[in-house]
Design a protein around this ligand. Structure first.
Ligand SMILES: Nc1nc2c(ncn2[C@@H]2O[C@H](COP(=O)(O)OP(=O)(O)OP(=O)(O)O)[C@@H](O)[C@H]2O)c(=O)[nH]1
Ligand SMILES: [Mg+2]
Ligand SMILES: [Zn+2]
Length: 328
């Protein structure tokens, strides 16, 4: 009997010994599998989620997102089970429409976001850009704009390009980098900005996210798609969220093109805090809080009159405010 007990004790001890607990970052999520790596190194382990983690958070469709720091158990160093997700430093989240109950975490623990935008093939709508930027501001993730496919913007786009710089560069204050995956314009600037950082590349389908990442590091060989001639829209080629190591340093997350971008619940009086150009002057409004719609002595409305706040942005603000009130 004692021998048996000793044998059992040995077995338990051996099992505990073999099963190691490790930490890593989720670098890809496909269906039920999560690839986890010990960043900044690149030893990838294929993991599944422990049952109860799957049910943990009913407000999001994905309890574990790319970028999450996780604790997992592994016996062979090749496969493992995720037991715990560390609290997120930050994240970017979206609802597919204003009506959807659940939200999707795009990625977490980001150093910065590059919003990839095009003026044509496809044309990125200002409404989309503004909603995306508001989310970055609300979740405190630094964001830069890459104005991509610059090779296409010949003289007929001169005014549009200038206006784009006036709005997002001069008035709001974001850094804008003109890029082209095709000609290689400013790729060195982008490589420099990506060094030692985890950068999310996001934007609508077809703006050239995967092509740009390939141009930054041709060894990655990511799949790219066409633009439909008729609708001038992308075809949703990238289907997974995935972190890639860049040869020149840093890590980039390629993502599927975003379709709709419903805002998350925020208080109407809070929204203008996420428009940097409004945030700078809103303490001059006579009333606090002010929704900058009907209140007398409103500094934001006065700013629209003088051109300090640009009309395009103010209209975006009003449309988001309306949505917030409609879907509350
Ligand atoms: N003219 C021009 N075309 C580009 C450039 N970058 C990408 N393209 C083209 O745009 C199309 C879409 O490129 P992708 O890299 O697949 O776009 P994506 O943003 O990754 O699209 P999704 O994965 O669907 O979200 C392809 O036909 C590319 O050849 C560019 O800088 N200039
Ligand atoms: Mg892609
Ligand atoms: Zn006001």
């Amino acid at each position: 009997m004692t021998k048996l007990i000793h044998f059992l004790q040995f077995c338990i001890f051996a099992a505990v010994e073999i099963r190691k607990t490790e930490e890593g970052t989720v670098v890809k999520h496909t269906g039920s599998q999560y690839l986890v790596s010990n960043l900044p190194h690149w030893n990838v382990v294929t993991c599944v989620l422990k049952g109860k983690l799957r049910l943990k958070d009913s407000h999001t469709t994905n309890p574990v997102a790319v970028g999450d720091r996780v604790v997992y158990e592994t016996e062979d160093g090749v496969t493992g089970v995720i037991k715990e997700v560390h609290p997120r430093r930050n994240y970017i989240i979206r609802k597919s429409t204003n009506l959807s109950r659940q939200a999707h975490i795009i990625a977490s623990n980001l150093d910065q976001v590059f919003l990839i935008v095009t003026l044509d093939f496809p044309k990125t709508k200002l409404e989309f850009i503004d909603r995306f930027l508001v989310t970055c501001e609300a979740y405190k993730v630094p964001v830069k704009i890459l104005l991509n496919k610059s090779d296409l913007y010949t003289v007929e786009f001169e005014n549009e390009t200038e206006r784009f710089y006036e709005i997002y560069g001069k008035s709001v204050g974001y850094e804008i980098i003109q890029t082209s995956g095709l000609t290689g314009l400013n790729l060195n600037v982008v490589r420099e900005r990506c060094k030692d950082k985890l950068t999310l590349f996001s934007g609508v389908s077809g703006v050239g996210k995967s092509s740009l990442i390939n141009a930054l590091d041709p060894d990655l060989g990511l799949k790219t798609g066409d633009i439909s001639d008729y609708h001038k829209m992308g075809k949703h080629t990238t289907t997974f969220y995935e972190i890639h190591p860049l040869e020149s340093g840093g890590f980039i997350i390629d993502t599927p093109g975003i379709k709709g971008f419903g805002l998350l619940e925020m208080k109407p009086e809070e929204l203008s805090h996420y428009f940097p150009e409004m945030l700078r002057i809103l303490e001059k409004c006579r009333f606090t809080p002010c929704t900058h719609t009907h209140e007398p002595g409103c500094a934001v409305k006065a700013g629209v009159e003088t051109g300090e706040i640009l009309e395009e942005r103010y209209y975006s603000y009003l449309s988001m405010l309306e949505d917030e009130e409609k879907y509350r």
